[in-house]
Design a protein around this ligand. Structure first.
Ligand code: SAM
Length: 259
């Protein structure tokens, strides 16, 4: 297995899984991963997490806490892919809740648009192509901003955090769901074994290619620990920071406010 941390990031380098790559190369490589997995993305999430991703996303939607009435409430779900989080937020909110999914990958957005139509949610959930590093929205235009399992794919995390802060209104909440570090003795070894062996094998069986899922597992290991990520959120301008470990630390829900 390659070294867990590899070479340090530099202003021009970052990591694609365990490989050190140029910042601009990373996005192209990430796009290729999601082009490949888009049609089977939702099925793979169920298979890999044993359905747990549904629980984590429900917790995120509950934390967004959209009003249950007709009061206008605009949410941006960045790197929202096939709309899984957006649908939950729209369903939790009242008739005034509008969710915008922004994602860089058209294949993922196309799957999302189709799912929204099938669920009768096309009026409440809209899909926009855009890069998290330069969001195509005005300053302070959303009441809440979420991102689930997306931030670790973005080459310049600091730039994306600053962008999500920019588009959030004063008093608005930012929520980020991301894989984290399993700290429960016993579970950590089991999780390691599962992720480096079974996950790529499931990927090969379902998507026909183990590589995208090897990237997934490696990128999870490279993602900053919760305290380091909180420091990045602080630098981007977020306040009242907190995080909550879910499922023994497999995932963490990070929260911050624009004050
Ligand atoms: C693991 S998926 C998460 C999708 C969805 N949030 C979910 O939880 O089901 C990661 C998503 O990040 C998107 N993504 C990667 N880089 C991005 C960027 N720079 N800007 C916006 N989206 C990006 C990918 O296209 C992909 O849809």
């Amino acid at each position: 297995m390659p070294a867990m941390n590899g070479a340090p990031d530099t202003p021009r380098n970052t990591h694609f899984g365990f490989r050190t790559v140029g910042l601009d190369d990373k996005q192209a490589m990430v796009d290729e991963v999601f082009d490949k997995v888009a049609p089977r993305y939702d099925l793979m999430n169920d298979l890999m997490s044993g359905g747990l991703h549904r629980v984590w996303k429900d917790i995120l939607a509950t934390a967004v806490n959209p009003p249950r009435n007709e009061r206008p409430f605009a949410v941006l779900d960045v790197a929202g892919g096939t709309g899984d989080v957006a649908f939950r937020i729209a369903e939790a909110g009242g008739s005034g809740t509008r969710v915008t999914v922004c994602d860089i990958n058209e294949e993922m957005l196309d799957v999302g648009r189709e799912r929204a139509a099938q669920r009768g949610l096309a009026a409440g959930v809209t899909f926009t192509a855009g890069n998290a590093e330069s969001l195509p929205f005005p300053d302070k235009s959303f009441d809440a901003v979420s991102i689930a399992f997306g931030i670790r794919n973005v080459p310049r995390i600091d730039v994306a955090l600053a962008e999500m802060h920019r588009v959030l209104r004063l008093g608005g909440r930012f929520l980020c769901l991301e894989f984290s570090n399993v700290d429960v003795p016993g579970l950590d070894a089991l999780y390691e074994l599962y992720s480096f062996n079974l996950v790529p094998a499931i990927g090969r069986a379902v998507v026909g290619d183990a590589e995208p899922y090897r990237y997934l597992v490696e990128s999870i290991r490279r993602f900053p620990r919760p305290n380091a990520f909180a420091e990045m959120m602080h630098t981007a301008g977020f306040a009242r920071l907190s995080h909550r470990a879910l499922s023994g630390g497999i995932v963490a829900l990070h929260s911050g406010w624009r004050l």
